[in-house]
Design a protein around this ligand. Structure first.
Ligand code: ADP
Ligand code: MG
Length: 245
């Protein structure tokens, strides 16, 4: 029971996060606005102009990063529960993040043993896996392999996001999901995993992490299948795979 209470408190904290995050966005925007006003001075020399512009660019990039990690999560929950196909959504995410993968020379592979329908908020599911796949790609700045696989049994689908990146220490794994915990300095928000975890919880799913420094990480998710699967896929046991993109 005690553990349950702690969990409930954590959820409350996450719900209040919206306010804290507006603050995280407002700060850099206010700063950018300040420098914009300074730039209105006609007598400003070019060197100062360039300096102010570069500060503005950084401040706006910070605000954008926070919004990106938090995007669909911060939208009011309008009970948009639908039945959707896990693999279709994962495909969209990999397509969306392919440019980032290319930038890091990351080879992307996906393999799906069947198509799986689950029930939940599709946009939040999307946000969750954007954050997880983004982290996997960012963990491989000098190239590597990203593998996205799904398996399902009669009741559940398992989604594995595997990278050959920097990996994590035990301490880092323990701190995963803590708001603002990031090892990426200016490039991180420390909100991605927190948002992903909350979405998994809301969808009554589970997530497990296995990682080794210098080897890579595996994030394993499970979600309950929608009973709609029975009707559509009962006769289908074909093997469905996309390898290489
Ligand atoms: P951010 O990506 O902005 O740092 P996140 O909440 O998305 O914030 O992630 C928090 C931290 O968890 C990262 O800074 C990183 O240290 C660690 N992390 C998450 N995913 C991975 C991964 N696939 N490989 C290595 N480290 C990871
Ligand atoms: Mg992240």
């Amino acid at each position: 029971l005690r553990q349950r209470l702690v969990k409930a408190e954590k959820l409350d904290a996450v719900e209040q996060m919206g306010a804290a995050i507006s603050h995280e966005i407002r700060n850099p925007l206010t700063s950018a606005m300040g420098f914009l006003q300074l730039l209105e001075d006609d007598l400003l020399d070019v060197k100062k102009q360039k300096q102010y512009l570069s500060i503005m660019k950084e401040e706006l990039a910070t605000a954008e990063k926070v919004i990106q990690d938090y995007l669909t999560f911060s939208k009011p929950t309008m009970d948009s529960i639908e039945v959707f196909e896990v693999q279709e959504e994962l495909g969209k995410i990999l397509k969306l993040l392919q440019p980032s993968a290319n930038k890091n020379s990351v080879k992307v592979e996906s393999e799906y043993t069947s198509l799986s329908l689950i029930e939940g908020d599709r946009q939040k599911f999307h946000q969750c896996f954007v954050n997880v796949v983004k982290n996997a790609i960012e963990s491989m700045p000098n190239g590597g392999d990203l593998s996205v696989t799904t398996h399902s049994n009669a009741s559940h689908v398992t989604i594995m996001i595997q990278d050959t990146g920097v990996g994590m220490t035990k301490e880092q794994i323990e701190r995963l999901g803590e708001p603002y915990y990031s090892t990426k300095g200016d490039k991180g928000t420390g909100l991605g995993v927190m948002v992903a975890n909350s979405i998994v919880k809301a969808m009554k799913g589970t997530v497990h992490v296995k990682s080794k420094v210098g080897v890579g990480s595996i994030f394993t998710f499970t979600f309950q299948l929608s009973n709609k699967n029975d009707k559509i896929f009962s006769n289908q046991d074909s093997h469905y795979a996309t390898v290489g993109r």
